[in-house]
Design a protein around this ligand. Structure first.
Ligand code: SF4
Ligand code: MSK
Length: 658
């Protein structure tokens, strides 16, 4: 590449087929090695994970340590202060939850800040796009909506939702959505969140050296904090984004690197907050900027998303998506990216170095995230176009001076995205009788065995996308309807499973429902904060009736098969605390055969919550989830209907019809 920093000899080749099933990423990894460019895949190969850290068997919470305990003999010794393996693990796990919850709640708070300024007419670039959703959310929270102006309702909603973050005592507003019996269980265990700031602060305090040294007590606060994320910070982020930018409805859109266009100025936005993206959409459609791009010789400006804000605008507006977390460096290797704008979360520092090799610039935009070597163009909500227009202009300049060979993998996958829980309601129930009744009925009659949320990241410690895809295929084959968010949704979209035609891969019962409704067996709901849509869907299923009285009664399960971030741990813990069996892949940061492990994997369920599960194998994961779903079906007394369906299937197979 003519760049001394990237000496071809310095990049040790990896077996590309072992690290990804994404063909576009594989093609770019091959090119990266040829160009002498290193990626996270290469670094993961050369840097083995620390086994003690991977098991959370070490503590560096004070300067008497760091203390390392043994995973092989966890009770063989204690830390200098006397902390046991259970205390050390529970503290480390809790801090992951605190950090993950902080990320989501800070994102949600930014959305709420934006909402306040829009409502107060201090920002002109954004408006309330979905007043119906505003009214619906406000009414749910007990705010009077009849005969009131949008502005008055919005002001009241702002003040109500602010409690999610700053409230000192009481319960956060969205607990009004929690099924009564689930809420009763939370109250019994003292885990109803007060306000996110308080819960995160208390958890950080309790995990300080010499404070909470009982793993059970720590786990309680861990659940409370995680619930402040799921039913608080994340839910507010989702709802405010819908109110400001529109509630998603199904839309056809393309994913994968083939969405790049050599003849256009390619701009990628990668991160998590939708406002940067919304303004970028305005910028790339500005006739003046389009003219500037054309004057530079381009056919136009091509905007693409990556990671979660990409998944959000894919769902909301059908903006093409270039790839998930483990493709963010690979996409730069195409040489076709003229500018990459990032905001917060999951932005690898390594992007800057890869970008540099191909003459691409990475622009940070958020005051919370600066990266050494990246140019910072501040995104100010009151004048957002100053930032997004500048990024487009920088992209146009780069287009004009492209001097590196371009290679774009010719792979593009169409799919249907944008299944908000409101739309699932409408889709299954129809416009006049929108409800979850048909979903519940199909679960009760056994056509749909249960519902699984498959979400989360990709991780270079496992073969990119493979665990997601194999797990989901196995689930739908067994009549489990799959809902998805984040990077997992993109993995399945690339595998072609987000199309109604993919129903052919589903079991007979699920396929029949998909064909009747015209929906894919895999429903993409958006970004990681949009996991809150899954919580709401679970809640609606309970309230609709026939499937028990709490979320823990539902035949549902969750999985993050290739997780990597602390946000994923927070998400996992809020699903578990909400009553869902949640299985993680890759690795689980806890030593087996310890009391803390037993609590997470068995004890919490006995308290009326959900429980954790772990396996790195997708087939085993599917088996565990299906067994759990069947266990719940049995408890609900609906296992017989399912048996009948299975018999019908067997009978059909016997007749050579299936
Ligand atoms: Fe070691 Fe205890 Fe200090 Fe942790 S808090 S580093 S276990 S002495
Ligand atoms: S972006 S948290 S890698 S889903 Fe939300 Fe993807 Fe995981 Fe980041």
């Amino acid at each position: 590449m003519g760049n001394e920093k990237h000496d071809k000899e310095s990049v040790k080749g990896i077996n590309i087929a072992d690290v990804t099933i994404c063909e576009a990423t594989a093609q770019m990894l091959k090119k990266a090695e040829k160009d002498g460019v290193e990626t996270a895949f290469h670094r993961a190969d050369s840097m083995k994970a620390c086994p003690i850290g991977a098991d959370s068997a070490c503590c560096k919470h004070c300067a008497m340590g760091p203390c390392r305990l043994s995973s092989k003999d966890p009770y063989g010794k204690v830390g200098v202060c006397g902390a046991t393996i259970d205390t050390i693990q529970a503290r480390n796990f809790s801090r992951m939850v605190a950090s993950g919850a902080a990320a989501h709640t800070d994102h949600g708070m930014s959305m709420l800040d934006l909402f306040r300024e829009v409502v107060n007419d201090e920002i002109e670039d954004y408006k309330i796009k979905d007043p119906m959703k505003l009214e619906q959310v406000a009414a749910e929270l007990g705010i009077e909506v009849q005969g009131r102006s949008v502005k008055d309702i919005a002001i009241d909603l702002y003040h109500e939702l602010e409690r999610t973050y700053v409230q000192i005592e009481g319960e956060i507003p969205f607990v009004k959505r929690v099924p009564e019996k689930t809420l009763e269980t939370w109250r019994k265990h003292g885990i109803v969140p007060r306000g996110a700031m308080r819960e995160i602060m208390e958890l950080m305090h309790r995990t300080h050296m010499g404070v909470d040294q009982h793993y059970e007590n720590l786990t309680n606060q861990c659940s409370r904090t995680a619930l402040a994320d799921g039913w608080g910070g994340s839910m507010v982020a989702t709802e405010i984004s819908d109110i400001l930018f529109g509630t998603p409805t199904p839309i056809k859109a393309d994913v994968n690197m083939g969405c790049l266009d050599e003849k256009q100025v390619n701009i990628i936005i990668h991160g998590h907050e939708p406002n940067l993206f919304e303004s970028m959409i305005a910028s790339v459609n500005d006739p003046e900027l389009i003219k500037e791009a054309k004057d530079a010789g381009a056919e136009g400006i091509n905007l693409l998303g990556m990671c979660c804000s990409g998944a959000e605008v894919l769902s909301r507006h059908g903006i093409p998506h270039a790839g998930n977390f483990m493709s963010t460096e690979a996409v730069l290797v195409t040489g076709a990216v003229d500018a990459m704008g990032v905001d917060v979360q999951c932005i690898k520092q390594g992007l800057v170095k890869v970008a540099e090799c191909y003459g691409t610039k990475v622009f940070t935009t958020n005051p919370r995230c600066r990266i050494e070597g990246a140019e910072h163009i501040a995104f100010e909500e009151r004048y957002p176009r100053n930032c997004t227009d500048a990024i487009v202009r920088m992209g146009i300049i780069r287009y004009k001076h492209r001097d590196k060979p371009i290679e774009i993998p010719r792979i593009k996958n169409a799919g249907i995205h944008g299944f908000s829980h409101e739309y699932i309601n409408y889709m299954l129930g129809g416009v006049f009788r929108g409800s979850y009744t048909p979903l519940n009925e199909n679960i009760i009659n056994g056509r749909i065995r249960g519902v699984a949320g498959v979400v989360g990241c990709t991780n270079p410690r496992v073969r990119q996308d493979w665990v997601h895809v194999e797990l989901v295929k196995e689930l739908i084959r067994n009549d489990v309807l799959v809902v998805q968010t984040g990077c997992s949704q993109i993995a399945l979209a690339k595998a072609g499973l987000c199309t109604p035609e993919a129903a052919i891969l589903a079991g007979n019962g699920l396929a029949e429902v998909c064909e009747t409704v015209g929906m894919p067996p895999v429903l993409g709901l958006g970004s990681c904060v949009d996991n809150s849509r899954i919580l709401i869907a679970c809640s609606e299923m309970v309230k609709t009736g026939g499937l028990g009285h709490s979320i823990a009664d539902l035949p549902v399960a969750g999985a993050a098969p290739e997780w990597m971030s602390e946000k994923a741990i927070s998400i996992g813990q809020y699903f578990v605390a909400s009553g869902v069996f949640t299985v993680f892949g890759v690795t689980f940061p806890i030593v087996e055969n310890t009391k803390f492990h037993k609590l997470l994997f068995e004890g919490l369920e006995q308290l009326g919550l959900g429980k954790w599960g772990f396996t790195a194998d997708p087939y085993q994961m599917a088996k565990m989830m299906i067994e759990h779903i069947d266990k719940k079906r049995k408890a609900l007394g609906i296992d017989k209907t399912r048996e009948r369906v299975l018999m019908d299937m067997a009978a059909r197979q016997k007749l050579g019809m299936a």
